[in-house]
Design a protein around this ligand. Sequence first.
Ligand code: GDP
Ligand code: IMO
Ligand code: MG
Length: 425
Amino acid sequence: MPNTVLIGAQWGDEGKGKVIDVLSEGVDFVVRYQGGNNAGHTVEIGDDRYILHLIPSGILHDGKVCVIGNGVVVDPVVLMDEIKGLHAQGIDTKGRLFISDRAQIIFPYHCELDAWKETLKDNEMKIGTTKRGIGPAYSDKASRTGLRMGDLLDPVFDSLFQERIDEKNAYLTAVGGKPMESAEMIASLKVAADFLTDYIVDTVTMLNVAYRDDKTILFEGAQGTMLDIDFGTYPYVTSSNSTSGGASTGSGLPPQAVDRVIGVVKAYTTRVGEGPFPTELTDDVGKKIAEVGKEFGATTGRPRRCGWFDAVIARYAAMISGIDVWAMTKLDVLDGIETLKICTHYELDGEVVDTIPGNIRKLERCTPVYEEMPGWLSPTTEVTEYDQLPVNARKYVERLCEITGVPLGILSVGPRRASTLRISV
Ligand code: GDP
Ligand code: IMO
Ligand code: MG
């Protein structure tokens, strides 16, 4: 298998975890390169269900090496608990999970600040974040006041941490908040540091040695194109580059290390949190999709907003990340819907718009223009070969590929490994 970056083409939760799990079989390394435990990647194997937040989904395959790269923001206590959770489920991580010593740390004050900003009354700028401290941790990275996983193991860690706490407390006091006590935080960080010691290494060198030795690498993107800090619906985005470009800066591997990009795309669209969503459905069809698709966030449990497939977004995602093939998921959720709509382009002030405007106020004013296709009434969930699909289901998938200019690589018709049709990947 070529070295592959797998990214979400919409607003996250496209089913990346499931596809990563299926592809992990054929690779040596699986690497997370951005985001943090705002991600929730679900993998269903038989009757077991795993939700991974920080650890690459490849961990469920014996012998695969999993790396949390330098571009990820890591909450050490959350990571320790996630590793312990895997151990309790009989999954071994020793010697095959590695965390970059350069990955930025999420501290409790990042989570406090994230939650505090979100709960301010009359807050027009509420993003609907996961409150996992992602934005504040990346802000500190950019402000050069962050600490990294390697620092956690340094004998001077306590004094470095105290300096940061003093600075945060000065800010909290100035804005009328309650200063935070450092002793308890240091104590729990010490427990996590002891637990994580053997996992924290120079992953940049490790990955480059693997690359030189022709090992196969799969990059596991988190979030999705429309949540990318540069290319998404700013400011209603996350704080990292979730498009394919992030794979290089977030791992330390050169761009030449990437041979192929797979875009994961739902056969419809969902979004969690605030922000514009041109094809959002607020009617019974939207409710049905949410119900059948079990559209609740894997991290926060919040209901996901649902809408029709938006080809403008999919084309934009393909353009920015250089998507070679689609892994299209959740086709089964559309079973039984009489008429399906596909947004082909938008209209704005009487003009045709066929890419995503950078100005969010313009995007908010865009209205979707749809074409309709007849749905299919028989279930697709038991289908194991593409040709077994109802003819209208095939026509729908083929139209999505045609209108986005990207061929089909994988088609998923259920949450389990077995419900995956591998077309050209
Ligand atoms: P991720 O964040 O992209 O990994 O996606 P999530 O795990 O947050 O959400 C995707 C959800 O859809 C999970 O509950 C998956 O088990 C489920 N899922 C994935 N693929 C399919 C599919 O083809 N059909 C159905 N019905 N569910 C799917
Ligand atoms: P996966 O990897 C869906 C959304 C949040 C919010 C915005 C900013 O599972 O696809 P943040 O906590 O990152 O500052 O929140 O981004 N968001 C996601 N939505 N899937 C995700 O990850 C998400 N990670 C963040 O809901 O709108
Ligand atoms: Mg998710």
